[in-house]
Design a protein around this ligand. Structure first.
Ligand code: GLU
Length: 464
């Protein structure tokens, strides 16, 4: 059975890079009816952030990337004994060794290597000393082979080779008794029976160490797939500067999870045709690692906005979602207006509808279309007001017809009529069409706003 995992470190919020890794691991597993598991890698106590685990899980749930062990994810800090026992066994078997070099000593060594233009690497001072495990401060290091080539068959990149002599004797157990990521992830991937490790490219250089650890422990290594980086449009590493934030921030800004998931899927995966829109079930059906690019993916916020606008238009909006943005009791006209599109985010929807509900403030001159004049505008508004007042069918079709008949029957142009009605209702130079506004505001509010516009125009000093 295919089993994948997502193994975040709880050092902060879940960002786009991590979320995409989780998504691809999820899609790969679900494509073949396999399991997708969650593991919390909290062995770096200095970088641990209280509450981060909960927020990562909340972000995953919001996106619908729910792990099969979501009710009880594997937590590394609860498994220290397992890692300690394995590390000590490797020491007994002379595959690892106790190192007592102090931090200061190691730092001096590193600096002098850098000065000499060499890549920093542990000298191996303790490698053959055979220190015993004792009360002193120590770490355990794995004994990397001193020569040879370590080969990895990466499912995205193909064969990748590493020169063993350039590899460090990696610390596997730290002086605080916690394992390093390397040891813990190898043991856990084995115990969770992970068949494919899908993770970001930054871990590719650690993989030779992992391959050797699997060998030392006598276990078969899983397959590996390293996902390329996500870059900003300027080809620099993705950061806040590019508008990329955490998953929770996207939620708070009013992005829909469906849009974010669809957008992230296309960050590196390619359906091999020109389709763009995929629901998560379709992604599961179509996802193949063969169609994941080796080259970096470019994060384009405009594309995300485009997806979000499309999803906002097509989705039957969840009123609960809108409540988070201050919108309660949406009228059917307001819902209709939202579904007409043009909104980038739920937050944008919220702000717009709330502002629409308030009486608009505007310069009365705005009521007069550039090719019209005060007289015609007043005439158009007065007639509109009475027609709407007596309209007994507040429907799109009827309102459209009413406006058209005002134009036709009074020797006016579209600009003379549609423009001032729209401005009277919205107070803005640019806004949805008058019919959309009439539907969203309803008969009573619309009538009052047109009346107010008439009053404003009448009070305007003569400009004709
Ligand atoms: N804890 C690592 C991270 O947060 C996981 C790396 C892996 O997937 O092996 O990136």
């Amino acid at each position: 059975m295919i089993k994948t995992r997502f193994a975040p470190s709880p050092t902060g919020e879940l960002h786009i890079g991590g979320a995409r890794t989780a998504l691809f691991s999820y899609l790969f597993a679900k494509h073949s009816g396999g399991e997708f598991l969650l593991r919390i890698e909290d062995t770096d106590r200095e970088r641990f952030v209280e509450g981060a685990t909960e927020r990562i899980i909340e972000s995953l749930n919001w996106m619908g990337i729910v792990a099969d062990n979501a009710d009880k994810p594997m937590i590394q800090s609860e498994r220290l004994k397992i890692y300690q026992t394995a590390a000590k066994k490797l020491v007994d078997e002379k595959k690892a060794y106790v190192c007592t070099c102090s931090k200061e000593e190691l730092e001096t060594e590193r600096q002098s290597q850098i000065k000499a233009g060499q890549p920093p690497k542990y000298s191996g001072k303790c490698r053959d000393v055979n220190h015993q495990i004792n009360d002193q401060s120590y770490v355990i290091r794995m004994k990397m082979p001193e020569s040879g080539i370590i080969k990895i068959h990466d499912l995205i990149r193909g064969e990748v080779e590493f020169d063993a002599s350039l590899q460090d004797d990696q610390i596997i157990l730290k002086s605080d008794g916690y394992p390093t990521y390397h040891l813990a992830s190898v043991i856990d991937d084995h115990q969770m029976e992970i068949s494919q490790v899908i993770r970001s490219e930054e871990w590719l250089s650690s993989t030779p160490k992992h391959i050797i650890l699997y060998e030392m422990l006598g276990w078969k290594a899983p397959e590996f797939a390293h996902l390329s980086m996500i870059l900003g449009p300027d080809h620099a590493k993705l950061s806040k500067r590019h508008g990329a934030t955490s998953v929770i921030d996207y939620k708070n800004q009013g992005y829909l999870p469906e849009a974010l998931v669809n957008f992230m899927a296309l960050l590196g995966w390619n359906p091999k045709d020109d389709r763009e829109f995929f629901a998560i079930a379709e992604l599961i059906q179509e996802f193949k690692l063969e169609n994941v690019n080796k080259s970096a993916a470019i994060f384009d916020i405009l594309k995300l906005n485009h997806f979000n606008a499309e999803y906002l238009k097509s989705k039957k909006l969840d009123l609960k979602d809108l409540e988070n943005f201050g919108l309660k009791d949406l009228s059917s006209g307001e819902l209709e207006l939202i579904s007409r599109g043009g909104f980038k985010t739920l937050k944008g929807v919220g702000e717009y509808i709330l502002s629409l509900r308030k009486n608009p403030e505007y310069d009365p001159l705005l009521l007069i279309f550039k090719k019209s004049n005060k007289g015609k505008t007043l005439k158009a508004l007065v007639i509109s007001k009475s027609k709407f007042q007596t309209s007994n069918k507040w429907s799109e079709e009827n309102l459209e017809k009413t406006l058209e008949s005002i134009v036709a029957e009074n020797n006016l142009t579209n600009g003379d009529v549609f423009w001032p009605v729209r401005v009277a209702l919205s107070g803005a130079e640019k806004s949805p069409s008058p019919v959309e506004l009439l539907l969203a505001l309803g008969k009573e509010k619309s009538g009052k706003r047109i009346e107010k516009a008439i009053e404003k125009l009448r009070n305007l000093e003569s400009i004709d």
